[in-house]
Ligand binder design. Structure first.
Ligand SMILES: [Mg+2]
Length: 256
């Protein structure tokens, strides 16, 4: 069955979440009057990311609302008891700096154009809250490039659950076999999408050395490789489905 659509992950796939988080928290701490040495700054960024991962997982599981997870991040990071109002205030000040650092990756617009030119439809599936992601995508100027924005908060299930992928395919009125999913996580995104019957593609921007586990998923290191990857003979569920972009001779660049 031919591929008819690309479904995208958002954070760290289209949007440089990690970069914005890192720059945002350092700017915020400086504005709060916290002077950090170089190693302390690295530790602070790491700790802020760790508390995000911990409490964001609880949000995705439905244990916390988006607002509650933000308060818990602040309390965990500062390691002290704060009222909701105090935690909201601290996070709100951080968010100003975080938002100022919002960027899409440089290869995103060319990739969205190429996918559109290839005649493929485009949608979004994210483990997040739709209102927040919609706001972010509009601010980044790319919301209108996608037909649907499907988020776990509305679905009541989240990636890697196959139901999340199937709900996004249904929102586009397509079968899983007709959809390629692209995300920065080899397990939650690429492997889970493939397990759900889609063509899963792992966007490994850091170009890590594949392990036995990660070698089992289709892998690209930049979005310029996307169309050849989903068109490549032997791509999971996509064999012969798509021609490459005009003039493209890189058939078979799919890395397994
Ligand atoms: Mg992601």
């Amino acid at each position: 069955m031919p591929i008819r659509a690309v479904l995208w992950d958002i954070d760290d796939t289209l949007f440089d979440y990690s970069g914005a988080e890192r720059a945002g928290v350092l700017r915020h701490l400086a504005a709060e009057g916290i002077v950090l040495t170089e190693p302390e700054a690295g530790d602070a960024v790491r700790r802020w990311h760790e508390v995000m991962c911990l409490h964001y997982a609880r949000f995705v599981q439905g244990e916390l609302t988006l607002g509650e997870h933000r308060r818990e991040r602040v309390r965990g990071f500062l390691g002290r008891v704060l009222t909701d109002q105090e935690a909201d205030g601290w996070y709100g000040r951080y968010r100003e700096h975080f938002q100022d650092e919002w960027r899409i990756f440089p290869d995103v617009l060319p990739a969205l154009d190429a996918v559109e030119t290839a005649g493929l439809r485009q949608g979004l599936l994210s483990n997040s809250a739709a209102g927040f992601q919609d706001h972010k995508l509009r601010r980044l100027g790319i919301r209108d490039r996608f037909e649907v924005l499907v988020c776990s908060d509305d679905l009541g299930c989240a990636k890697p659950d196959p139901d999340a992928f199937h709900a996004a395919c249904m929102a586009m009125n397509l079968e899983p076999e007709e959809v390629a999913y692209v995300g920065d996580r080899w397990d939650t995104d690429a492997r889970a999408a493939a397990d759900a019957g889609l063509t899963g593609v792992w966007l490994d921007r850091s170009g890590t050395v594949p392990t036995e586990e990660t070698a089992a998923v289709a892998r690209i290191t930049g979005l310029a490789e996307l169309l050849p990857a989903i068109a490549a003979p032997g791509a999971p569920s996509a064999a012969g489905a798509l021609p490459g972009p005009p003039g493209d001779t890189r058939a078979g660049t799919l890395q397994r």
